[in-house]
Design a protein around this ligand. Sequence first.
Ligand code: FMN
Length: 311
Amino acid sequence: MTAPFPYKLRLPVFCAPMFLVSGPELVIAACKAGVAGAFPTPNTRTTEELDAWMDEIARALNPDDAPWVTNLITHSTNPRLADDLKLVAQHRPPIVITALGSPKPVMETVKGYGGLVFADVVNLKLARKAAEAGVDGMACISAGAGGHTGHLTPFAFISAVREFFDGYITVGGGISDGAGIAGAIAAGADFVYMGTRFLPTVESRAQEGYKRMVLDANADDLIVSAAVTGTPASWLKPSLAAAGYDVENPGGPTKRDYSGDNAKKWRDIWAAGQGVGRSRAIEPVAAVVAELEREYRAAIARFCNKTDAGA
Ligand SMILES: Cc1cc2nc3c(=O)[nH]c(=O)nc-3n(C[C@H](O)[C@H](O)[C@H](O)COP(=O)(O)O)c2cc1C
């Protein structure tokens, strides 16, 4: 039985952290619209900039707004972890999500001020390790996710994790409409982690051409490849082609490096998840959340009708 969530949300959704895309504007707009808003700390070039971002976000939000979330890379190649963690202790984001490494390095600091720690996990082995580390929640990244993707279906992932973990389960991967949110909740998740649906919003920092490509694409326009960053990620084929890759065979994995040259590739090669077909226009986050809520409520009504009819 999951503990009651200590924050108010209009929809059980996290606007997921996206490299080079999520900034204070997107986080604040998401939280004001009633969904948790996240950003990855590498989106700031320096700790001074991170300090300014956290300050801006914390000042803009009221206790009634949805919680803001920061995403820290805990992999040993992240040279900024200790400094970023000091700022976390100072600004106290209600939720910290760890990625690409163990959640252990952040546990004491975040739990110390009463924050929640979630771990981003892509398989059951990592999920078990996160549970053993005592995290409050997990972001289970499933097949179809944009960026560094998982390979399990959300349904298999949620039910397997539920067997050994009674904390919050957030699930992400190709979920881009309200019916998908309802489906994930019905399957046992507490929240949905949505990146791609928020990519072509007014508040997103994605380049105009990137936003347009997401609007024009559908799920067939994606390829999962480790050729760009050394870790399997879901890329928009037209952006790979423009960068000189053979889109049907982009090549084998390159060296993993989360802090160096590989990071620069994200500027020209654009990631998206299988929900790419759901966005029709570049809209403000508030409009996206309002549409998701309408769809979510319609899906719940449909589900209840079917249950009542014994179907
Ligand atoms: C452009 C882009 C950049 C991303 N960057 C990060 C990141 O820096 N850190 C991270 O933990 N996840 C990152 N992700 C993954 C998202 O946080 C989330 O898991 C994913 O978007 C969920 O799948 P969806 O895109 O199908 O909604 C990124 C996703 C996208 C689309």
